[in-house]
Design a protein around this ligand. Structure first.
Ligand code: FES
Ligand code: FES
Length: 392
């Protein structure tokens, strides 16, 4: 038995749980929340879908002992959710259920789809629902119901659900910039696009709850206007970042990128999406994104705020960067303390050197790919040892 703390449908729960007991059995048998159904118990049918920290997940292959501190929402926890009420109504009128066995999981998945994909067409909905099997309906009524509710949300910003409360997306930065008042707070909300882009649908708008915060700054020997223009070209900026690469062309509002890291025996390749917001008047911007390392199942959410400040009477630019991030999963142990700060400092210096070289029209000053974090770690270790023995 292992002591575990969870929040289930908004209620704190502390229990000693067998490591082999899966979440579906726990909520059904210990909490009597039998709205979560069990079909295959192999992660295939989707009948057991619940929300874990706001994202749909199969509770038959999730284990409470690995979820300490997580927030779980079952179908019962969404009983008073207005969007779920609307979906229930649409499922009823469109004949989206017969025996109802698949329906709780189907509804939880449907709610996530309409939140993430306002205006989704039937093909998109079928693709998104591919992991939820129904042995009765033939899916036609289910897809019609989801499409109907998704259509009603056209014009609304896409969000990823977090429990029963869906906050409006905010592009304002929670981070304090080095010089107040923060110009990034003036960055307008992106109301221009009536339909959310797929990237906006992916990136959570929720503020980071318990972020690690880092602040770095560096000087580039180039005019602020040139540095600003460079910063508006995501492909060029990514090319200066060791280990990073774009996985698709950026539209200027968002980007999809991968960042490879090797830390001794651990290898990670965080792949994810980021949204970009910029305030040209203040020469400041925000990058907000999230990514997953498929190998370790570690997840990162991050927000970066940058600001350019004129230096040396316009001949140089000071770049101030504030980063806040949350890393969850097996690699979380690497996210705090001196390792993270030292790594961030070294990455910043590599980035600054590459940026200066690129602005001068040259090749990156350092090899940018793949990120040899192993050498960074060795350099860190050597630095520590040198400092310990007074030779640093
Ligand atoms: S019971 Fe969990 S996916 Fe089928
Ligand atoms: S309604 Fe019976 S399994 Fe879907």
């Amino acid at each position: 038995m292992k002591p575990v703390r969870l929040e289930v449908n908004g209620r704190p729960v502390a229990a000693d749980i067998e490591p082999r007991q899966h979440l579906a059995d726990f909520v059904r048998e210990e909490m009597l929340l039998t709205g979560t159904h069990l079909g295959c118990e192999h992660g295939v049918c989707g009948a057991c879908t619940v929300l874990i920290d706001g994202a749909p997940a199969r509770s038959c292959i999730a284990f409470p002992v690995a979820l300490d501190g997580a927030s779980i929402t079952t179908i019962e926890g969404l009983a008073d959710d207005p969007l779920m009420a609307r979906l229930r109504e649409a499922f009823t009128t469109e004949h989206g259920l017969q025996c109802g066995f698949c329906t709780p999981g189907m509804l939880i998945m449907a709610r996530d789809i309409v939140l993430r994909r306002p205006g989704a067409d039937s093909e998109t909905i079928r693709h998104e629902l591919a992991g939820n099997l129904c042995r009765c309906t033939g899916y036609v009524g289910i897809v019609r119901a989801v499409q109907q509710v998704a259509a009603e949300r056209i014009g609304q910003a896409a969000v990823i659900t977090r429990g029963t409360t869906v906050p409006p997306p905010s592009y304002a930065s929670p981070l304090a910039l080095p010089v107040a008042p923060s110009p990034v707070a003036k960055v307008p909300e992106p109301a221009a696009a009536p339909l959310a882009t797929p990237q906006e649908a992916i990136v959570s708008a929720e503020p980071l709850l318990n972020p690690v915060k880092l602040a770095e700054h560096f000087r580039v020997p180039a005019e602020p206007a040139a540095v600003w223009a460079f910063f508006q070209q995501p492909d060029k900026v990514i090319a200066c970042l060791p280990g990073a690469r774009l996985v698709a062309p950026s539209d200027g509002r968002s980007l999809e990128a991968e960042m490879a890291v090797k830390l001794g025996p651990m290898q990670a390749a965080f792949r994810g999406t980021a949204l970009l917001a910029a305030d040209a008047d203040a020469r400041a911007g925000t990058i907000r994104g999230q990514g997953v390392d498929a190998r370790s199942a570690s997840r990162v959410r991050a927000q970066l705020v940058y600001r350019l400040i004129t230096a040396e009477e316009g001949r140089a630019t000071d770049v101030h960067v504030d980063v806040a991030y949350e890393l969850k999963g097996p690699l979380a142990q690497m996210s705090r303390g001196i390792i993270a700060r030292d790594l961030a400092g070294r990455l910043t210096r590599s980035f600054a050197d590459n940026l200066a070289a690129a602005l001068a029209g040259g090749e990156p000053a350092q090899e940018v790919r793949p990120l040899d974090a192993g050498s960074l770690v060795w350099a860190m270790l050597k630095g520590w040892v040198s400092r310990l023995f007074g030779r640093g």
